[in-house]
Write a protein that binds this ligand. Structure first.
Ligand code: NI
Length: 172
């Protein structure tokens, strides 16, 4: 297992569109494990392969925070390979952050409810429905696979503000 380096927006590599994963190999499973570990180390709730400069369609999501005994398996952890939204309904506005945009947030409008198909690290195909924060998080991570980071979904002046803030950003 290893903790991977997370790209910081507006790094151009975050704009690369990820390619579908043809086969769940040991290497693919390893990346899933590393994504989860990297996400936990950074105290995030979602991470896409794109953010660690691997341009294949895989995301990790875990909304569980806090103590291990409070963990709700419905909230994760999930490793989703080739996630695809098949249905969506309603709208929700949520103040989003991103491990690739450290310290900044912005209000993004997304679908309130989604149905998503994906393959698990075990090679099984899953269908899932999500609403609220889980729905937002999955849509945010799939955006990464399409080369979209949340500031791109904000009004120009907000995007410009975050761009200025990122110029000052120094990794810890
Ligand atoms: Ni993100």
């Amino acid at each position: 297992m290893s903790i991977l380096e997370i790209l910081v927006w507006p790094d151009k590599r975050l704009e690369i569109e990820a390619t579908p994963i043809a086969e769940v190999t040991a290497e693919v499973r390893q990346l899933g494990t590393d994504l989860i570990e990297t996400m936990y180390a950074a105290q995030g709730i979602g991470l896409a392969a794109t953010q660690v400069d691997r341009h294949i369609r895989m995301i990790a999501v875990d909304l569980n925070g806090g103590e291990p005994e409070d963990r709700d398996p419905a909230l994760g952890p999930y490793v989703m390979i080739n996630p695809q939204i098949t249905e969506r309904e309603g709208t929700i506005v949520f103040e989003e952050g991103c491990l690739s945009v450290p310290g900044e947030t912005g209000e993004v409008e997304r679908s309130a409810w989604i149905a998503v198909d994906f393959t698990g690290p075990d090679g099984t195909e899953y269908q899932m429905e999500a609403e609220g924060l889980l729905s937002v998080c999955i849509q945010h991570e799939i955006d990464h696979l399409d080369g979209i980071v949340f500031p791109e979904r904000l009004k120009s002046h907000e995007r410009a503000r975050i761009r200025r803030a990122m110029r000052q950003y120094k990794p810890a």
